[in-house]
Design a protein around this ligand. Structure first.
Ligand code: HPA
Length: 275
């Protein structure tokens, strides 16, 4: 029988209770290229994932593997510096556990950031997309298994998975920051292999604007836990599947993620006072 998430959550929480401090206003998951945000946190407390009971430990390149708790842009914030992915061998329920633990810090919202390929031909590498909705093609769902009524409903509604008010605030923040902000649908896959060109054309035709290997399961867990979500994608490479499209290299992805990441930082700086 699958271990109950509420028991895992309680154990994880108990193992760090003395270090959690006052409730947080906002939680953020940092994707590729956003790690530097963690260095901007004032008076940080670091909790490496290895020190959290039962917690998955991220192994992805450019992902640190620790919680950072402190003040970011004047607000008390908890950051996941390094997320966990299906492609590392973690389960959907491991990924959800991380989100439930963030939720235990009492935030009013969760900001999910990620690196993604641009299915939409109008999205240039180094740009930023506001996630309006997602298509979960991972074939996984973190809520399969016994439901914990103490966390959320058996059948949570996902029609407004990306909170409309937060989306409006992010659009206003991008305007104030002078940053272009694309809007679109994030399509989630397991990876780790990238898509074939035919798959990319297929995913575009099915309504995707950006494609990546994270976020969708985290959003499901957050909605389950009643935590409003804002999603921002760093567009790191064209992924239109056009003939002659250059092969993706991890170096290009990381370089462009840093460019988009700076833009996301500028947007968040304007957004935080409005949260
Ligand atoms: N596909 C999937 N995930 C990604 C990509 C991509 O092209 N770029 C960055 N993450």
């Amino acid at each position: 029988m699958t271990q109950r998430q509420i028991d895992r959550l309680n154990a994880a929480r108990a193992s760090i209770a003395s270090r959690m401090g006052a409730p947080c206003d906002t939680a953020i998951v940092l994707g590729t290229g956003l790690g530097h945000l963690a260095d901007m946190v004032a008076h940080p407390t670091y909790i490496p994932y290895q020190e959290i009971a039962g917690f998955p430990v991220s192994t992805a390149p450019g992902h640190h593997g620790r919680l950072v708790i402190g003040t970011l842009f004047g607000r008390r914030t908890v950051l996941m510096q390094g997320r966990v992915h299906l492609y590392e061998g973690w389960t959907a329920r491991d990924i959800a556990l991380a989100i439930y633990l963030l939720s235990a810090f009492g935030p009013k919202q969760l900001i999910l950031t990620n690196a993604a390929g641009g299915l939409n031909p109008a999205f240039e590498a180094g740009s930023v997309m506001l996630i309006e909705d997602h298509i979960n093609l991972t074939g996984h769902n973190p809520l399969i298994g016994p439901n914990d009524d103490g966390i959320g409903l058996r059948f949570p509604d996902l029609t407004r998975a990306y909170d409309p008010t937060l989306r409006e605030k992010a659009i206003a923040a991008a305007e104030a920051a002078g940053q272009k902000l694309h809007r679109g649908i994030y399509l989630g896959l397991t990876g780790p292999s990238l898509e074939t060109s035919a798959e990319r054309r297929y995913f575009r035709a099915t309504g995707g604007d950006a494609v990546g290997m994270s976020t969708v399961l985290e959003t499901i867990a957050a909605v389950h836990a009643g935590l409003p979500v804002l999603g921002l994608s760093a567009i790191t490479n064209p992924a239109t599947g056009a003939p002659g499209e250059a092969p993706d290299t991890i170096e290009d992805v990381i370089e462009n993620a840093a460019i988009s990441g700076q833009k996301i930082t500028g947007i968040l700086e304007k957004l935080f006072p409005a949260l």
